[in-house]
Every structure is written in structure tokens, then in C-alpha cells.
Design a protein around this ligand. Structure first.
Ligand code: GTP
Ligand code: MG
Length: 429
């Protein structure tokens, strides 16, 4: 029976056998199929140039791709750093490249440079976010999706200083987990060779002591291990850009002319421009694209999904499928909803109770007031009654006195009218 139980991976691996093919079957063309498919599809590459205004970003891009991109000079009066992406379709032999160059406009021009890195970080995240959104769509079209994720950040260091400025360190530190960074010392023709060597050493030691992770040319692949490991020791590249063609000997070369001579861009004794172009475009372009997807985007995606509550393992460290995560999240949401509902209900009941108690209190107050008014009214009524009685008594007394007075008066009058008669009688006597 045990022979038929080969459902575990281990057993399947055990049963793998090497077989010889009897003849050519054709799957050895798989790499060629991949190449032709990729060529037909075309490639995209996105470069972010970070460096202060006028440091030579546009000139270096023109020199790198041996063409003239539309360049607008930036003013020194931008209120904040802005990111300006421009996309171009380029072709070399039969390979199509959709190239996006993103410039940081106004970088380093503000008085307060503390926030200068933020718009750059937000731009990089926004590109990751739109890729993630595409990935999470039900109907995805990643095949013809215009990938705008930044594959390389060329960080332009000013040549005329003793070392890095704090804005350089802060920006590179903030960006190093988001993007591949290659630092370059710009306008390297403006400082002497010994100064440049000193500056290179200083820059590298400052990057190391501040824990800034710059892009290391990969050394795993044997074909490029040697050149890459040697180039890793030349960082940061000291570059010179120029789109001016100058005749040197009997050849036209890109150079910058000075009264005392010329600086040839592609002369390795003059600057590291060729090293940068080789490393960036000819040797490691694919690795930069891959690192962006496998390292930086992966990190963004992981953090984002975890933030949204997705997990690979459940509470009991068992693997957790998307469906289970969804169910768990839904349950969690329903429990939360119920809790909120209960909370609201309780709040409502409490409010009603409070209002009821307030109303009762008011009613009691009103009742007391009413009783008080009633008492006052009764007292007033009693006093008025008393007053009335007093008045009535006074009136009665007055009436009595009046009647008495009238009687008296009547008697008096009577007395008067009988008096003459008596006199007459007396007279007659
Ligand atoms: P904004 O886009 O305005 O921020 O400038 P930018 O960084 O794109 O600089 P740009 O390439 O426009 O160059 C600015 C000035 O520096 C121009 O006058 C260039 O000719 C000069 N420049 C560019 N590269 C170099 C270089 O390698 N060495 C020297 N000495 N000057 C350079
Ligand atoms: Mg420019």
C-alpha cells in the first residue's frame, strides 16, 4: 500500500529521474522564445533624478541617452519640491524602450529643507500603489500596464563641498528602502582630482556611518561578477555631462571646452561617465528592474497588505489562504459592527434616560413652583378676605352710625317742628 502514497512533495522529489532524450525535441529554444516575446513587448525603464536646481540633471540624461530630451530650466523660487515625469519612446537596434525620466523641480531651494524628501517619497509610493491596484483588480492587464515604478534614483551630489549636506543624507536615508540609489558627484570637472578623491571617500564613509543603503551592483551572476564588484568600489561615480561635440584629434567627442583644455565625457581618465552608463544601461538595467519588483515593491506590497489586515498565517501559525483571511476579516468586521451597534444603542438608551431624568426634574420644579404659587395665592386670598371682612365691619359700623345719626337727626327735626306749636299754646294760655 505504502508505494501508492506519494502525495507528499518529498516522495515526488524522490521519484524524479534524469532521462536522456532520444533526439532534439525543441524546448531548448525556451530562452529564445522568452527573448523574442520580451522584445516584441518592449521594455520600460524609469529614472528618478534627485538633485538641486541647476546641478546638471538634464544635461546628464541627454548625455546618457545621446539625445536631447525636452528640458525646462527650473526657477529657484518653487515653494515646494515637485516631481515632473516625462515619458519618451526610444529605440536601439530592434529594442523599444519606454523611458520615463522624473525630475525633482525645486529640490533644495526652500529655506526649510526638512520636508524636501516627502514629495519624492510620496511619488515613489504612488507608483507602487497604482501597480498594486492593478494587481488586485479582478480584470488585470499587467501585460500592457505602463509600469511607472522607479527603477533607479540617481542622486546628484554637489561637487564643491567637503562632504554630503544634511538634506542629502536625510533624503537618501528616507528613500533607500523604496528605491535603488546610485549616488553621483555632479559637475566633476569643477573640482581637482585630489579633491574629488577625498570627496568620494568622505561621501562613502558618511553613507556607511549613517546606515544609508545604496544600490550595490550584483555579484551573484558570474558573467558580471567581476566588473560589478570592481565598479562597487568606484562609487560614487564622478560624472560630467555635455551635449557639445568637440573635435579631439580627428574624432568628434562629447566634451566641455575650457580655455585651458577640454574635459571629455567619455574619457575614463577625465570622469566616471562611461562607468555609470555601462553599469546603469548595459550591465545592470535588468537587475535594477528586478530589484525594484522583488525587493522594493515587495516590501511596499507586504506592508500595505498587512496594514489592510491580510496575513499569510492564522493565529495558530497555520497557513492562511486569501479566502480564510477574507472570512476572518469579515467576521472581525461583523463583530466590530455589532459592538458599534450595541455601543450606539447603549448611548441612545443613556441619552433617553438622561433626558427623561431631566424632564422629571423639570416637572418636579414646575410642580413645586405651582404649589408655591398656589400657597401664595391662598395667603393673598386670605389677607384679602380679612381685609374685606374688616371693610364690611367698618361699613356696618358706619351704617349703624349713619342710621343712628339719621335717627338722631330725625328726632331733632321733630323736636323743632313741635316747639312753635307749644309756644302758640302757651300764648293762647
Ligand atoms: P534644473 O532642471 O533647472 O534643475 O537644472 P538641471 O539640474 O537639469 O541642470 P542642467 O542640466 O540644466 O545644467 C545646468 C547648468 O550646468 C548648465 O549651464 C549646464 O551646461 C551646466 N552643466 C551641466 N552639466 C555640467 C557638468 O558636468 N559640468 C559643468 N561644469 N557644468 C555642467
Ligand atoms: Mg533640468
Amino acid at each position: 500500500m505504502g508505494h501508492f502514497l506519494y502525495s507528499t512533495d518529498i516522495r515526488i522529489n524522490e521519484e524524479k529521474r534524469n532521462l536522456e532524450l532520444g533526439g532534439h525535441v525543441g524546448f531548448d529554444s525556451l530562452p529564445d522564445q522568452l527573448v523574442s516575446k520580451s522584445v516584441a513587448q518592449g521594455f520600460c525603464f524609469n529614472i528618478l533624478c534627485v538633485g538641486e536646481t541647476g546641478i546638471g540633471k538634464s544635461t546628464l540624461m541627454n548625455t546618457l541617452f545621446n539625445t536631447t530630451f525636452e528640458n525646462e530650466e527650473a526657477s529657484h523660487y518653487e515653494h515646494e519640491v515637485q516631481l515632473r515625469p516625462q515619458t519618451y519612446d526610444l529605440q536601439e537596434s530592434n529594442v523599444n524602450l519606454k523611458l520615463t525620466i522624473v525630475h525633482t523641480v525645486g529640490f533644495g531651494d526652500q529655506i526649510n529643507k526638512e520636508e524636501s524628501y516627502k514629495p519624492i517619497l510620496e511619488y515613489i509610493d504612488a507608483q507602487f500603489e497604482s501597480y498594486l491596484e492593478e494587481e488586485l483588480k479582478i480584470k488585470r492587464s499587467l501585460f500592457n500596464y505602463h509600469d511607472t515604478r522607479i527603477h533607479i534614483c540617481l542622486y546628484f551630489i554637489a561637487p564643491n563641498g567637503h562632504s554630503l549636506k544634511s538634506i542629502d543624507l536625510v533624503t537618501m536615508k528616507k528613500l533607500d528602502s523604496k528605491v535603488n540609489i546610485i549616488p553621483v558627484i555632479a559637475k566633476a570637472d569643477t573640482v581637482s582630482k585630489s579633491e574629488l578623491d577625498k570627496l568620494k571617500i568622505k561621501v562613502m564613509s558618511e553613507l556607511v556611518s549613517n546606515g544609508v543603503q545604496i544600490y550595490q551592483f550584483p555579484t551573484e551572476n558570474e558573467a558580471v561578477a567581476e566588473i560589478n564588484s570592481s565598479m562597487n568600489t568606484h562609487l560614487p561615480f564622478a560624472v560630467v555631462g555635455s551635449i557639445e561635440d568637440v573635435k579631439v584629434g580627428n574624432k568628434m567627442v562629447k566634451a566641455r571646452l575650457y580655455p585651458w583644455g577640454s574635459v571629455q565625457v567619455e574619457n575614463e581618465n577625465h570622469c566616471d561617465f562611461v562607468k555609470l552608463r555601462e553599469m546603469l544601461l548595459r550591465v545592470n538595467m535588468e537587475d535594477l528592474r528586478e530589484q525594484t519588483h522583488a525587493r522594493h515593491y515587495e516590501l511596499y506590497r507586504r506592508c500595505k497588505l498587512e496594514e489592510m489586515g491580510f496575513k499569510d498565517t492564522g493565529p495558530d501559525s497555520q497557513s492562511f489562504s486569501l479566502q480564510e483571511t477574507y472570512e476572518a476579516k469579515r467576521k472581525e468586521f461583523l463583530v466590530e459592527l455589532q459592538r458599534k451597534e450595541e455601543e450606539m444603542r447603549q448611548m441612545f438608551v443613556n441619552k433617553v434616560k438622561e433626558t427623561e431624568a431631566e424632564l422629571k426634574e423639570k416637572e418636579k420644579e414646575l410642580h413645586e413652583r405651582f404649589e408655591q404659587l398656589k400657597r401664595m395665592h391662598q395667603e393673598e386670598k386670605k389677607t384679602l378676605e380679612e381685609k374685606r371682612r374688616e371693610l364690611e365691619e367698618e361699613m356696618n359700623a358706619f351704617n349703624r352710625r349713619r342710621v343712628a345719626a339719621e335717627t338722631l337727626m330725625g328726632q331733632a327735626l321733630q323736636g323743632c317742628s313741635q316747639q312753635p306749636f307749644k309756644k302758640d299754646k302757651d300764648k293762647k294760655k
